[in-house]
Design a protein around this ligand. Structure first.
Ligand SMILES: [Zn+2]
Length: 268
C-alpha cells in the first residue's frame, strides 16, 4: 500500500528541496493512540490515517502532485484516559506540535498542506494550529477526517445507522476488516451501550438525555464512567464488503477534496 515514491520521509534533504520546488500538496497523517474496544488495536486511528493519506495519493496520482509526510501517531484523547493504552498528548502539546510541523514544512519550501486527521479529540487543537498558521504564515491548511466522513457518507448502507454507529463499531469496524483484517479480533468483539451509575441517561460521549427534550444536554464524563468495554454501537453487522464500500465512499470524497484543494491553491 505504501507507495515509496510518495513518501517524504524516504527522500534526502536535497530531494525534499527539489520536491518543494514542484509545489506539491503535502498530506500529513495525524492519528491517536486510544482504546476502541477489546477487539481493535489502540493505534487504529493512526494506522488508518497513514493508510488514508497514501490511498489519497494513489487515487489522485497523475492528477495532483502529492507527497505523504511521516505520520504523527499521537493525538489528543482525554475522554479515554480511564482505559489502558491511552497515550494522549495534551491539547496544548498537540496544537504546538502540529503548528511546529506546519512551520517546518513551510521552512522547507512547501506551501500546500492537507492534514489527514483521524481522531475527534484532535479536531480542536489541530484546527487551532491551522488557523494560526493561516494568520502567521499565510498558508491555507486543508483538513479531512476519514472516520467522521464515514458517519456522514454511510448512513444509507445500514437499516438503522444510529443503532450500529459507534466507537469500535460501525462504520470503523467494517473499514478495519477491509483495511487491516489481521489487526481485528472478532472473537473479542462485543456491542456496547452507555450506562451511568449516577442517574444520567448518556446518549454519547458527552451527551445526556434531558427530560422529554429531543435535544441532548452536555456532560463531560470520562468515557470509562459511562462505558465498561469502551464500545458504543452494534459490532454484529460488520463485514469486509461494507468496509470496501467505506473505502470507496470516504476515500472518494477525500480524493475529490484534494483535487479541489489543488485547483484552488495552484497559484499559492
Ligand atoms: Zn479513535
Amino acid at each position: 500500500m505504501i507507495d515509496n515514491s510518495k513518501s517524504l520521509g524516504r527522500l534526502s534533504w536535497t530531494e525534499v528541496a527539489e520536491a518543494a520546488d514542484r509545489n506539491p500538496v503535502v498530506l500529513v497523517p495525524i492519528g491517536a493512540i486510544e482504546q476502541h474496544g477489546p477487539h481493535l488495536p489502540v493505534h487504529e486511528d493512526s494506522i488508518v490515517a497513514e493508510w488514508a493519506a497514501y490511498k489519497i495519493a494513489e487515487l489522485t496520482d497523475g492528477e495532483v502532485d502529492t507527497l505523504v509526510a511521516p505520520a504523527l501517531h499521537y493525538g489528543h484523547s482525554p475522554t479515554f484516559r480511564g482505559f489502558a493504552g491511552n497515550l494522549s498528548l495534551s491539547a496544548e502539546t498537540l496544537k504546538a506540535v502540529v503548528r511546529d510541523i506546519i512551520e517546518s514544512l513551510v521552512q522547507s519550501g512547501f506551501k500546500r498542506i492537507v492534514l489527514v486527521d483521524n481522531n475527534g479529540g484532535n479536531v480542536g487543537p489541530v484546527s487551532g494550529a491551522a488557523v494560526d498558521c493561516r494568520r502567521d504564515l499565510g498558508v491555507l491548511i486543508g483538513h479531512v477526517y476519514p472516520w467522521q466522513l464515514g458517519y456522514g457518507l454511510m448512513r444509507d448502507v445500514y437499516d438503522d445507522a444510529a443503532a450500529v454507529y459507534g466507537h469500535g463499531a460501525e462504520p470503523e469496524l467494517s473499514a478495519m476488516l477491509a483495511i487491516f483484517p489481521e489487526q481485528v479480533d472478532m472473537s473479542k468483539a462485543e456491542s456496547g451501550g452507555l450506562n451511568s451509575e449516577s442517574g444520567w441517561t448518556p446518549l454519547s460521549y458527552a451527551d445526556a438525555k434531558i427530560g422529554d427534550y429531543t435535544v441532548p444536554g452536555t456532560v463531560y464524563w470520562d468515557f470509562s464512567e459511562v462505558s465498561k468495554n469502551g464500545v458504543t454501537g452494534d459490532v454484529s453487522v460488520a463485514d469486509k464488503a461494507t468496509g470496501a464500500e467505506w473505502i470507496r465512499r470516504v476515500m472518494g470524497f477525500c480524493a475529490e477534496y484534494v483535487r479541489e484543494y489543488d485547483r484552488n491553491t495552484a497559484t499559492n
